[in-house]
Ligand binder design. Structure first.
Ligand code: GLY
Ligand code: MN
Ligand code: MN
Length: 437
């Protein structure tokens, strides 16, 4: 039984206070088509607090409760289901393996929840994100208070996300290790992708090289659908169809991330399909790289997203002036967001169990300050489509790394993925898939 989940529950409950109750449902099973379901992935909050990966369960935390604080509702074992779908956790293992103080059949939830609601002074749940849960919670509340004097639900219901997602923003040692692994494996996948990339191959074939490398290193899945975008496809920011042929002379942008023990990597590299950057591609690449390195270098405790965004915006704008795509005073152009037609997203986001991880970006109307244990991406790009002079047309470049905030600055978790022009060209020529040291 893993102490780390217990520690997280204890920390959350200490902030909720006695006499309160928190509810988190497992992720729903999603139908793909007919009788086929999508691969099951546990809800990140549920996993964070339990390590439990099966569906159709409900986590209930009740700090200070005499019969136990940690309760799991889940399906009873059923040999007929087990024959088709494999071993179920069941009520007993919920206690012995996952450390629940009590476990109940999920079919009894409509009796149990109203009982617990009767005495709960505060009810925390992920409000507003799952309409079915909102409805259930209101039903249980009405059942609990049907015979008592009027108690106001609005005073009692609290959005759990605020406490829990603030906690998830600072990663513990176990999480950092998982993120380190996810990033390192993704770096290997980029190295393999560069080595295997050939003109004439389909984007999805290159995607297959990434999947292969990730699976060979212990990742069952990706953290999000990979973007493998040749030539002008790189200018479509969420391109995931990946069904075009790669052409010599084009760049290919690959945004891919392995999921390791439920933790996401999110790493982008852009490289020439035929292994050598053209002069124009080189010029644009160096600008994006300079912006990315400067953005990463600004990461340290006390810095903010505003600082990182400001630096990235400035370096990209200077570059756009050099390319002749913008004209005027750098600061005025940055102020006017003149870079927006060529760079339309922000410099990065939090990273963790979710690729766009939870956690606030502002607190008390102030930008949140970076602290050791936060993990984020830094990912500037330039997307030059067809509205630019000929040499720059269809050059779409993003460079993205995963960065841990440390006591003194930062650590780039995905550092092993080749990134400079020399490193990329050397990797693409080499016979081995080795990463940088
Ligand atoms: N892969 C999504 C992103 O880079 O944010
Ligand atoms: Mn990405
Ligand atoms: Mn990202």
């Amino acid at each position: 039984m893993d102490k780390v989940f217990q520690k997280r529950r204890a920390k959350l409950m200490s902030q909720m206070g006695e006499g309160s109750l928190a509810l988190i449902p497992s992720a729903p099973i999603s139908i793909r088509n007919g009788d086929v379901t999508y691969p099951y992935r546990q809800d990140s909050d549920f996993y964070y607090l339990t390590g439990f990966t099966a569906p159709e369960a409900l986590l209930v935390l009740m700090p200070g409760r005499a019969e136990g604080e940690f309760v799991l509702l889940l399906p009873e074992r059923d040999p007929k289901i087990e024959r088709w779908e494999g071993p179920m956790v069941g009520l007993e293992k919920a206690k012995t393996e996952f450390g629940a103080n009590e476990s109940f059949d999920i079919n009894h939830m409509n009796t149990l929840l109203p009982q617990w609601f009767e005495t709960a002074q505060k009810i925390y749940f992920p409000a507003g994100s799952m309409p079915e849960l909102d409805e259930q919670v209101h039903d249980w509340w009405r059942a609990a208070h049907a015979h008592t004097e009027q108690v106001s639900a609005t005073e009692c219901f609290v959005n759990l996300d605020i406490l829990l997602h603030r906690m998830r923003l600072i990663k513990d040692e176990t999480e950092i290790e998982c993120l380190r692994q996810a990033s390192a494996i993704t770096a290997k996948a980029h190295s393999r992708g560069m080595r295997r990339c050939e003109s004439g191959c389909w984007e999805y074939q290159l995607e297959g090289e990434y999947l292969h490398e990730m699976m060979q290193h212990g990742c069952r899945d990706v953290a999000y659908p990979s973007i493998v975008a040749g030539g002008s496809n790189a200018c479509v920011l969420h391109y995931i169809t990946n069904n075009q042929k790669l052409k010599a002379g084009d760049l290919v942008l690959v945004d891919a991330g392995a999921e390791y023990n439920h933790y996401a990597a999110d790493v982008t590299r852009t490289y020439p399909v035929n292994g050598e950057f053209s002069e124009a591609q080189r010029k644009v690449y160096e600008i994006v790289l300079a912006a990315q390195l400067a953005g990463i270098d600004a990461v340290k405790p006390g810095a903010t997203w505003e600082v990182v965004n400001g630096i990235v915006n400035k370096v990209l704008t200077e570059g756009l002036i050099e390319l002749g795509l913008l004209e005027g005073n750098v600061d005025a152009l940055v102020q006017a967001e003149a870079y927006k037609p060529f760079y339309m997203h922000r410099a990065g986001h939090w990273l963790g169990l979710d690729v766009h991880d939870v956690g606030p970006y502002q607190e008390n109307k102030q930008p949140i300050k970076f602290e050791p244990g936060m993990v984020l991406t830094v990912e500037p790009g330039l997307y030059l489509g067809t509205d630019v002079p000929a040499p720059w047309q269809n050059i779409g470049i993003r460079i993205e790394d995963d960065v841990l905030v440390t006591e003194t600055g930062y650590e780039v978790l995905s550092h092993a993925a080749p990134k400079t022009i020399d490193e990329i060209e050397a990797c693409m020529k080499s016979e081995s898939f080795l990463c940088k040291n």
